[in-house]
Design a protein. Structure first.
Length: 297
């Protein structure tokens, strides 16, 4: 079951970069994000009113922690991804830069969550970084001088935001039902992105049907699929294994972007894909009997 969930997670999470690319040419990033989360938040709030079981026992402190987690894992992370792609960074390269996350999370998992990484897992993590670097260099070289070098640092900030949210969730004194957590996260993002869009004078959505196609894509696949599965797998499998799957986002997105948008995909990209797959195998075979997040709480 976890293997199927992992495959679905990789595809759904990667679809978020593709959806951002679809919407990049139709509206400002703040507009796209506002209209991605406003209808979604409304639906989730309505569903919460009909099903109160998931909210039972939720304290004000728990809710406040989930607001912070949502602001980091959704708002901060997505804003960086969307703006990077809007500035011209390819969807594959954006995913590749985010691929550094497993090393950062792995280095901090021991002291913060007591989920220590074995030597073989570290080997796999560094192998994954080598694959990420291989494809990043290839994609950045193919972009030429069309993209400012500083734009490549924006996804890095988003990666740090997601890592911070992951550890904040991992140190929670008790778990919050996934449905309640997702609702709080999406409402938080809807409020933040609406304020950003209104402040920038970009709240009115375009009439172009491609904008709404991209919005629907982003609501269904990366939000319910990718984001929901991220927290589910995090609780089932633990931090290191889930974050190792992040190494697969880069090559999968690179292939997807090449097929859908004609983005660069050469020999180096193919080599990076192979190295990323090898990294996942190494980490999974070298895993320690560490309790997942839900149990470690």
């Amino acid at each position: 079951m976890n293997a199927l969930l992992s495959v679905a997670f990789v595809l759904c999470w990667s679809s978020g970069f593709i959806g951002a690319k679809l919407g990049a040419g139709t509206a400002d990033a703040s507009t796209l994000l506002m209209w991605r989360f406003l209808p979604l938040a409304a639906v989730l709030v309505a569903a919460a009113a009909l099903s109160r079981k998931a909210w039972r026992g939720l304290t004000l402190r728990d809710a406040g922690r989930q607001v912070a987690i949502g602001a980091l894992s959704q708002s901060g992370y997505l804003l960086s991804v969307y703006y990077a792609i809007q500035l011209g960074v390819s969807s594959g390269t954006t995913a590749l830069i985010d691929g550094v996350q497993p090393l950062v999370a792995g280095a901090l998992a021991g002291p913060l969550l007591r989920q220590y990484v074995s030597r073989r897992q570290w080997l796999g993590l560094w192998l994954g970084l080598a694959g990420v670097a291989t494809v990043t260099v290839a994609d950045a070289g193919a972009s030429g001088a069309d993209v400012s070098r500083w734009a490549y640092f924006i996804p890095f900030l988003g990666m740090l935001s997601l890592v911070a949210a992951t550890f904040l969730e991992g140190r929670s004194p008790r778990p919050v039902a996934p449905r309640a957590a997702l609702t709080i996260h999406c409402v938080t993002s809807a409020v933040l992105f609406s304020a950003l869009a209104v402040g920038a004078g970009a709240a009115v959505p375009p009439a172009d049907s491609s904008f709404w196609t991209a919005t629907a894509w982003l609501v269904v696949l990366p939000t319910f699929g990718g984001y929901g599965l991220y927290w589910l797998l995090l609780r089932r499998s633990g931090l290191t294994e889930v974050n190792t799957l992040m190494f697969l986002m880069a090559p999968v997105t690179a292939v997807w972007g090449a097929l859908m948008f004609g983005e660069h995909f050469g020999l180096q990209t193919a080599i990076g894909l192979a190295v990323g797959l090898a990294a996942v195998v190494v980490v999974r075979r070298g895993r320690n009997p560490v309790a997942p997040l839900a149990a470690s709480r």
